[in-house]
Design a protein around this ligand. Structure first.
Ligand code: SF4
Ligand code: SF3
Length: 545
C-alpha cells in the first residue's frame, strides 16, 4: 500500500504497510481501485458533459459519496468498498455506452473491467496505486493528488448538503471534470494548477450550498451556552458532522429518558434553534476525535459516528458504538437509511440498557454559535471597536486536530494572543483550547466559535463582510489565518481560500507530503503561504512587535 493523503502519514512520507489511521493494506488497495474507477467514470461523464448532456443526479451522488468514503477515518470496511466498486463498474458501463464512438486517448481507468473475484481486485489494485507509474513527473503527480484530495473533501460537503435536499449542478459536474483531468496526460503543470484554483471556487459554491441547507432547515446559529459536564441518566454521544442524523435521533429519543451529547465536531449543533429546542440535547462530551479511544473506554452509554473521524473501536466499547451513512468499521453495528428514514431503535434501547452515568458532575459551560449571521448582525459594534482600537487584530485559528505533539502550537498561540485581539475558531482544532477562559473585549467574548469545518463558509463570509465594511482588500484586513490540517476536508478549504486570493496563511503542524518542492514554491511565490514556526515568532511577524 502507499497512502500519503493525511497529516499523520508515517514518517511524513507515506504509510506503506499499515495506516497510522488504522487502515490496512486490503482497504487501502480497495480504496485505490475505487479512485481508479472514479477516474474512468469521470472520463466518460466529462465527455457527455462536453456534448451538452446532463448526468443523472444519482450518478453525481455516487461520485460524491464514493469520494467521501475514501477520506481519512471514514470507512474501514472492505465489504462496503467492494459494493462501491461493483456499483462503479455498472455506472461506468452506462456512461461508456452513452459515449459510444470515442476511440482515441481512452485512459486505462476507463477501459478497466472489474473482476468478480476479490483476490483479482486486490491484484488489479496495484496498477491503481499512487506510485505505480514511477516515470510520472513529480509535480504532475503532486497536483493530481492535490486535486483528488480536494475532491474527497468536497465529496463530504456535497454529501451533507445532499442529505438535506440540496444539490448544485456545477458542484456535481466538477467530480467528472476533475477525475477526468487526472487521467489526461496532456495537461501541463500550469493547466493543472489553474484547474485546482477553479476547483477552489467550485468548492466555495459547495460550502455555500451546505451553509444554506443547514441554516434553512435548522435556523441560523445563535450564541448559546453549552454544558460540558456529565448529567445523570442514559445517553447517546453523537460524533461527526451530520446535522440531519442528529435531528432524527433527537426526534426519536424525545420522551424516552435518553440524553443526547454532542461530541467533537457536533459541538456547534447546540447553536441551531431547531436543534437546541430539544431539551434532551443535554450537552457536549469529550474533546477532539483523536481522544475517542480513551474517552469512549468503558463508557456506560452509546456512541453514534455520523462521519469522520472514526478510530479503531476498543473491545471495551465495540458493542455500543454504531456507524451510519458513509462511515463503517467491520463488525460494528451500522444503521442504514431505509426509504429516506433511519431507525435508531437499536441504539436507543442499548443506551437505556447501559443505564448511563449515575450522578451529575458539577456543571461547567462554554459558549458556541457565532456563525456568520450572528457575527454579521453585530458587525457595527465590531467595526466601532476596531476603529476605537479596542480590537487590534483577528486570528482565525481553524482546521483539524490530530495526535502530533506539534499541535500544542495552536493552544500556545491562542494563549499568547494579546488581550485586545479576537480569536475566531473553526473545526476540530479548537478542542485543545476552547474550554480556556480568554476573557472579553467589551461585550464580546474574545473567543468566537464559527462552527464545524463544514461551516468554513461562515469564516469566508465574515472576512468578505469586514473587507467590504473597510473598503479594502481581504489581505489588508487586520486578520491572520493560522490553520492546522489533518485530512482532505482541510485540503479543499485551503484550496478555496487560495482561490479567493488569500495570502500569508500560516499552515501546520507539518506540510502535506503530497506537495512537491516545486508546487510548494509556487504556493509560496503566489500566496506567501508559511509553515508555522513558534507562536512567539509568528505572533511577532504578524503583529510587528
Ligand atoms: Fe496513512 Fe493517513 Fe493514509 Fe491513513 S489516511 S493510511 S494515516 S496517510
Ligand atoms: Fe476534524 Fe476529523 Fe478535520 Fe471537521 S473531525 S475538521 S479532523
Amino acid at each position: 500500500m502507499f497512502c500519503y493523503q493525511c497529516e499523520q502519514t508515517i514518517g511524513g512520507k507515506g504509510c506503506t504497510k499499515f495506516g497510522n489511521c488504522g487502515k490496512d493494506a486490503k482497504v487501502a488497495a480497495l480504496q485505490d481501485l475505487l479512485i481508479y474507477q472514479l477516474k474512468g467514470i469521470g472520463f466518460y461523464g466529462q465527455k457527455l458533459i462536453e456534448k451538452g448532456e446532463k448526468i443523472d443526479p444519482e450518478i453525481q451522488k455516487f461520485m460524491m459519496d464514493a469520494s467521501f468514503s475514501t477520506l481519512t477515518n471514514v470507512n474501514f470496511d472492505p465489504e462496503r468498498f467492494i459494493e462501491y466498486l461493483k456499483e462503479a463498474q455498472k455506472i461506468k458501463e452506462i456512461l461508456k455506452f452513452k459515449t459510444k464512438g470515442i476511440e482515441d486517448n481512452i485512459p486505462c481507468a476507463a477501459e478497466y473491467i472489474l473482476p468478480d473475484n476479490e483476490d483479482e481486485m486486490l491484484e488489479d489494485a496495484r496498477k491503481a496505486g499512487i506510485m505505480y507509474d514511477d516515470s510520472l513527473d513529480a509535480d504532475i503527480r503532486s497536483l493530481r493528488q492535490t486535486l483528488i484530495y480536494g475532491m474527497k473533501g468536497m465529496g463530504a460537503y456535497a454529501h451533507h448538503a445532499h442529505v438535506l435536499g440540496k444539490m448544485d449542478e456545477t458542484v456535481g459536474e466538477f467530480f467528472f471534470k476533475g477525475f477526468s483531468a487526472v487521467t489526461n496526460d496532456n495537461l501541463t503543470v500550469d493547466e493543472l494548477f489553474n484547474l485546482i484554483m477553479k476547483f477552489g471556487k467550485v468548492n466555495l459554491k459547495c460550502m455555500e450550498l451546505l451553509d444554506r441547507a443547514n441554516t434553512e432547515i435548522n435556523g441560523n446559529p445563535e450564541p448559546t451556552e453549552v454544558v460540558i459536564t456529565k448529567k445523570k441518566g442514559p445517553f447517546i454521544v453523537v460524533s461527526g458532522h451530520d446535522l440531519r442524523d442528529l435531528k432524527e435521533l433527537l426526534e426519536q429519543t424525545e420522551c424516552k429518558g435518553v440524553n443526547i451529547y454532542t461530541h467533537s465536531e457536533m459541538l456547534p449543533s447546540h447553536g441551531y434553534p431547531e436543534l437546541k429546542k430539544y431539551k434532551h440535547l443535554i450537552g457536549n462530551f469529550g474533546g477532539a476525535w483523536q481522544e475517542q479511544q480513551q474517552e469512549f473506554d468503558d463508557i456506560p452509554g452509546c456512541i453514534l459516528m455520523t462521519t469522520n473521524c472514526l478510530q479503531k473501536p476498543r473491545e471495551s466499547y465495540k458493542d455500543r458504538i454504531f456507524t451510519t451513512s458513509i462511515v463503517g468499521w467491520p463488525d460494528i453495528a451500522h444503521i442504514e437509511e431505509v426509504n429516506g428514514k433511519k431507525d435508531f431503535t437499536t441504539i436507543i434501547n442499548k443506551a437505556i440498557e447501559l443505564g448511563g452515568w449515575t450522578e451529575d458532575e458539577p456543571e461547567k459551560k462554554i459558549i458556541v454559535g457565532f456563525g456568520h449571521n450572528a457575527v454579521i448582525s453585530i458587525a457595527d459594534q465590531i467595526i466601532e471597536a476596531i476603529k476605537a482600537e479596542k480590537i487590534k487584530h483577528f486570528f482565525l485559528i481553524g482546521g483539524c486536530d490530530g495526535s502530533r505533539p506539534g499541535r500544542n502550537y495552536y493552544t500556545e498561540f491562542a494563549e499568547k494572543t494579546p488581550k485586545n485581539t479576537i480569536i475566531l475558531t473553526l473545526a476540530c482544532g479548537k478542542y485543545r483550547f476552547n474550554k480556556l477562559d480568554f476573557g472579553k473585549i467589551g461585550d464580546f467574548p474574545r473567543l468566537l466559535d464559527l462552527g464545524q469545518c463544514n461551516d468554513a463558509y461562515s469564516a469566508i463570509k465574515i472576512v468578505l463582510a469586514l473587507a467590504d465594511a473597510f473598503k479594502c482588500d481581504i489581505n489588508e484586513l487586520p486578520l491572520s489565518m493560522i490553520l492546522s490540517w489533518y485530512e482532505q476536508k482541510a485540503v479543499c478549504i485551503l484550496l478555496t481560500l487560495l482561490s479567493l486570493g488569500i495570502r500569508d496563511i500560516y499552515l501546520g503542524p507539518t506540510l502535506p507530503a503530497f506537495i512537491s518542492p516545486t508546487v510548494l514554491q509556487v504556493l509560496i511565490d503566489k500566496f506567501n503561504i508559511k509553515p508555522i514556526s513558534t507562536p512567539e515568532e509568528d505572533l511577532k511577524t504578524i503583529l510587528g512587535s
